[in-house]
Design a binder for this molecule. Structure first.
Ligand code: DAH
Length: 315
């Protein structure tokens, strides 16, 4: 046995000595314990010293004059990986970019105007409560949906209407809701907003855009369907579902709710300075976490924000 192993062995047997304290007469316990502690401290110091010496022995010397890479083999680099949602958001942005959409980033702190007023939520309307918004003490709102970016996106790309006859923007982003958390609900999640405005924009184009996107993302043909919905910022409003394909764990009979969409309400266009008599638009908002969960068969949305390394290392 090496000296180091001997010491470690002794440390282990010391643990048994501690157990003896209970069997001693009260008056002897103090001094016996103190002796054990003293021995233990010494042992730990010796072990520590030997271990550090060993480390040094086995490491090659650093050549201080060499470029960093020359010395680097002595370190075992543990590179991190991208969070799966980051990777997927890049893929999603790329697909939309290839379809001709601008991609802009959303904000993580917004205000009453962008969250509600600009989206045609009447003051004191109960629909405002439906979004379970968090609020800071100063009255800011961490956005509860990426629709908060509609006004900014339209204003920013307005000149595209004259240049190209259209505005086409998607906005992936992080959103927050004051909700009870369970396997399918998180207080922090991701959405991707889409906005298209032209003189002839229509629902058929909206559905084609969704279908094209989903088929590109999952790399296969998919069935889609819509049902009536309600959002103050669209008229008509639809909820959007895709059929869970067999290859993604579906039994061919399940529909998955993916988000909301509709024709942009004339008031939203007007507020952002676009004449609704001339232009029409469609918009949609898609939950990203659900999309990614379906792709990889992840069954609990809480994994994404959990910081669990076992989960993250799988990607
Ligand atoms: N923002 C909505 C939500 O989170 C989804 C949505 C509905 C987005 C309709 C849209 C839209 O752009 O037109 O519930």
């Amino acid at each position: 046995m090496s000296q180091l192993e001997d010491l470690k062995h002794e440390l282990k047997s010391l643990a048994l000595e501690y157990a003896k304290i209970k069997t001693l007469p009260l008056k002897d316990r103090g001094s016996f314990g103190a002796k054990l502690n003293e021995r233990k401290t010494k042992l730990l110091q010796q072990i520590n010293k030997l271990e550090r010496e060993n480390e040094k022995k086995f490491l090659p010397k650093i050549d201080l004059t060499a470029p960093f890479a020359e010395n680097s083999p002595r370190y075992e680099f543990k590179k991190g990986t991208k969070h799966p949602l980051t990777t997927e958001l890049d893929i999603i942005s790329e697909i939309y970019h290839n379809m001709g959409f601008n991609v802009i980033e959303s904000r993580q702190l917004d205000d009453e105007f962008h969250m509600f007023e600009s989206l045609n939520f009447p003051k004191d309307h109960p629909a405002r409560d439906g979004y379970d918004t968090f609020r800071t003490e100063e009255g800011f709102i961490p956005p509860a949906h990426t629709s908060t970016m509609q006004y900014r996106a339209i204003v920013r790309f307005k000149s595209d209407l004259e240049k190209y006859g259209q505005i086409a923007v998607v906005v992936p982003g992080r959103v927050f809701r004051n909700e009870d958390v369970d396997a399918t609900h998180e207080h922090t999640f991701y959405q991707c907003e889409g906005i298209f405005i032209s003189k002839t924009a229509n629902l058929g184009q909206l559905l084609a855009t969704w279908k094209t996107f989903f088929e590109a993302y999952y790399g296969q043909a998919l069935n889609i369907k819509t049902q009536p919905g309600f959002f103050p910022f669209t008229e008509p409003s639809l909820e959007f579902q895709i059929e869970k394909p067999k290859s993604l764990g579906g039994k061919g009979d399940g529909w998955l709710e993916m988000g909301g969409c509709g024709m942009i309400h004339p008031n939203v266009l007007k507020t952002a300075g676009v004449d609704p008599e001339i232009y029409k638009g469609f918009a949609w908002g898609c939950g990203i976490d659900r999309l990614v969960m379906l792709k990889y068969g992840i069954n609990d949305v809480r994994y994404f924000e959990s910081g669990k390394l076992d989960f993250l290392k799988e990607f």
